[in-house]
Design a protein around this ligand. Structure first.
Ligand code: BDR
Ligand code: CA
Length: 321
């Protein structure tokens, strides 16, 4: 039986890899993609998603636009560090043809609320960018928080952040929104830097994609090489790039890839630790734990699944001209 999923992406190189992982996973049925700001503007990210769905032969998947800026702000500009990591076009300057498809007229918030109502426990929502759109769905319809199953990429519990000693990039964009998710949603699995900085990809693996001689292989190779290069500058000690967003999708397909800690979470929304994901002291003794933080990962098994799924997806795209 397949599991229905919705991806909420700020596409973004590793978001693109997460989308490819979903499309390459027979256990997962992608019923829609919602686009948030973050690595890019909403318009750039949703355009990338439409183009990638066409590249990988899935133009049937509907794409919805989410909220274009943080809940506490009225506009958004791409941070220089995001542009450095993901490129101006969000996908490492890899070329993607102008998509034929259009964004849906329904907004992402309503699509998310309606989908949870329709599919209930058969659906998993996978946000891999700022939490703004998910928090807006919670605010608009409390039954969403009650019934949604969420596996999110974001946060850091046992390791420092990646934009400050406290904050991880997705949470940092809208700490109040992630805090609202943690305080209200009844089932959130957090795939944070604790595990995603253990799952690293190198030029050795991207060579496989360049060698396929297909448009899909070329895209994956060029975009991921750009991403690896940024890690060589920003985090040379790692020896590869972090597969943040694809790991969240992999966990939706196979939860046994990670070990989790059950806990009630909050986000610090003020002071110098703004953006920190940490246990909520006011719910410490609550027997019901609403969050499950991944603290261990089977790196070898995940990397094997990752390469197998993305390579066979890319193999089946058009030959390079
Ligand atoms: C997260 O931040 C974004 O830049 C990545 O796409 C990922 O979702 C990692 O901190
Ligand atoms: Ca992302």
């Amino acid at each position: 039986m397949t599991k229905k999923i919705i991806l909420d992406l700020d596409t973004g190189i590793d978001d693109a890899l997460a989308l490819a992982y979903a499309l390459g996973s027979p256990e997962l049925e992608l019923i829609g993609v919602t686009g948030t700001y973050g690595n890019v503007l909403v318009e750039t990210g949703t355009r990338n998603v439409l183009a990638l769905l066409e590249l990988f032969g899935r133009p049937d998947v509907p794409v919805y636009a989410g909220i274009p800026h943080a809940s506490t702000k009225d506009s958004f500009e791409v941070l220089p560090v995001s542009e450095f990591i993901h490129g101006k076009n969000g996908v490492g300057e890899a070329e993607l043809p102008e998509p034929q498809g259009q964004i849906q007229e329904t907004g992402a918030v309503d699509f998310l609320i309606d989908s949870v109502k329709e599919h209930g426990d058969d659906l998993v929502i996978i946000p891999t960018g700022p939490s703004t759109t998910i928090a807006a769905a919670i605010e608009k319809d409390p039954s969403f928080a009650e019934n949604a199953h969420i596996i999110m990429m974001g946060g850091a519990l046992t390791v420092p952040g990646n934009v400050s000693p406290w904050a991880e990039a997705n949470v940092n964009q809208d700490p109040d929104a992630t805090d609202a998710v943690f305080r209200n949603a009844k089932d959130v699995t957090m795939i944070g830097l604790d595990v995603t900085l253990q799952t690293l990809l190198t030029y050795e693996e991207t060579r496989t994609w360049h060698d396929l001689g297909t448009t899909g292989g070329d895209f994956l190779g060029v975009a991921t090489d750009y991403y690896i290069k940024s890690y060589e500058t920003n985090s040379p000690h790692l020896g590869g790039c972090g597969l943040h967003d694809p790991l969240a999708v992999a966990v939706a397909a196979d939860p046994s890839l990670v070990t989790t800690l059950d806990i009630n979470l909050k986000v610090d929304t003020g002071g110098e630790t703004r953006g920190r994901t940490i246990g909520d002291e006011t719910r410490l003794n609550d027997p019901v734990k609403t969050a499950h933080v991944a603290v261990g990962v089977d790196v070898e098994r995940f990397l094997g699944e990752f390469m197998e799924r993305l390579t066979s997806l890319a193999e089946n795209t058009d030959l390079r001209q």
